[in-house]
Write a protein that binds this ligand. Structure first.
Ligand SMILES: *Cc1c(COP(=O)(O)O)cnc(C)c1O
Length: 385
């Protein structure tokens, strides 16, 4: 089976991990700040806090922005559940903004009308989480103007998008947001096994992120409420968690980061090959935002019509021919947990239409042209029924 995504591990990655295993620190050592500095340099961010997952990064990010009970977070339904769950961890409420049908990202027009209505009824969100679906930036220019107008903070969920560009800047430079979050899960662009990071240009937010990553504990006397008792002393000044990444993971992530441009170039080239192979197929190819260079975490094709039965048949036929397709994502508001909170079918029609049509086909740096041809032929065969 050709998987939909897969990591690329070379000898340098293995050597980097072995070096940490033979060193004094498996965690809380020097590989972590080195990794953070390397990520910051790649994405042109002032501060990067590496953690054990993007889920943790989202949680500490919205906490650092003050999200809590009584507050509301908005994201789009076509994302992994973590983009919404981070609000629930803080006791905040979640609502959704429907997607743009071509890019699958948060639709700025839908955001604008929803903000207008929310202001009228006094229910503006505190934080919005635009998702870089498939590795392509949302329309951050418009989203950030709207956020500023309504006094809303922005956390970009760029879990798919390290190495991507938007409007001439690396995704993560947070030109249009307060914080940008990345994932280093093995199916993503670069991996640390499990891992994530939160990037910001605000020194106060950065300080809170690093506190919250490790129990809310500080050893910095400037942050303490009073004088230190001695060299052993630390203070817990907030409630945080243990979301630390290990040096083993950080070393792997750092080594992978050296191939970031290569991975993104390979993914873009593979996407162009799919564009050509599927040009005449009875599917809708992924839409491109001219302001963005996608990192192409995913290549999502859509069936011409929303037809749940046909969708399933095409998907099963692909799997039967050894093509490990996937669907990204089941609309979050249709998950039983979110339906119990009051959401239901019909709430976000563009997302629901997308879900009945979308199939992610395999895309990862080591995918060969023959495999791509097999995927394209299998898709055409599956569509012929
Ligand atoms: C993968 C992913 C996450 C969660 O990442 P983890 O590192 O697995 O916690 C969050 N949001 C999106 C959009 C993702 O794709």
């Amino acid at each position: 089976m050709i998987p939909y995504g897969r990591q690329n591990i070379n000898q340098s990655d293995i050597d980097a991990v072995l070096e940490v295993l033979k060193s004094d620190y498996l965690t809380q050592g020097p590989a972590i700040p080195a990794f953070e500095a390397a990520v910051a340099a790649k994405i042109d961010a002032s501060y990067v806090t590496a953690v054990n997952s993007a889920t943790s990064a989202l949680h500490i990010s919205v906490t650092a922005l003050g999200l809590g009970p009584g507050d509301i977070l908005w994201t789009s339904p076509i994302t992994f559940v973590a983009s919404a769950n981070c609000a629930r961890y803080c006791g905040a409420d979640v609502d959704f903004v429907d997607i743009d049908p071509d890019t699958f990202n948060m639709c700025p027009q839908a955001l604008e009308s929803k903000l207008k209505l929310a202001e009228q009824v006094g229910k503006l969100p505190k934080v919005i989480v635009p998702v870089h679906m498939c590795g392509q930036s949302p329309n951050m220019r418009r989203i950030s103007v709207l956020a500023r107008t309504y006094g809303v903070k922005i956390v970009e969920d760029a879990s798919h998008a390290i190495g991507a560009l938007y409007d001439g800047s690396p995704v993560g430079s947070s030109r249009y947001s307060d914080i940008t979050v990345f994932s280093f899960h093995p199916v993503k662009i670069v991996t640390s096994g499990e891992g994530g990071a939160a990037a910001t240009n605000d020194p106060e937010i950065a300080a809170r992120l690093s506190l919250l990553r490790s129990h809310g504990i500080t050893r910095d006397s400037d942050q303490m409420t009073g004088p230190s008792d001695g060299p052993w002393y630390y203070q817990q000044i907030e409630l945080g968690w243990n979301y630390r990444i290990t040096d083993i993971q950080a070393a792997l992530g750092h080594s992978q980061l050296n191939r970031l441009e290569q991975f993104v170039e390979q993914r873009n080239a593979l996407a162009v090959t799919y564009d050509q192979l599927l040009e005449k197929s009875d599917v809708v190819l992924p839409g491109r935002n001219p302001l963005a260079r996608s990192s192409f975490h995913l290549y999502v094709i859509r069936l011409p019509e929303a037809d749940a039965t046909r969708h399933r048949k095409v998907f099963e036929a692909l799997q039967a021919s050894g093509v490990g397709a996937n669907v990204h994502y089941i609309p979050v508001h249709l998950q039983p947990y979110y339906q119990r909170l009051g959401f239901g079918p019909g709430d976000f029609p563009t997302s629901e239409d997308y879900y009945k049509r979308a199939i992610s086909i395999p895309l990862y740096p080591d995918l060969t042209e023959q495999q791509q041809e097999h995927v394209a032929k299998s898709l055409d065969n599956a569509l012929a029924f």
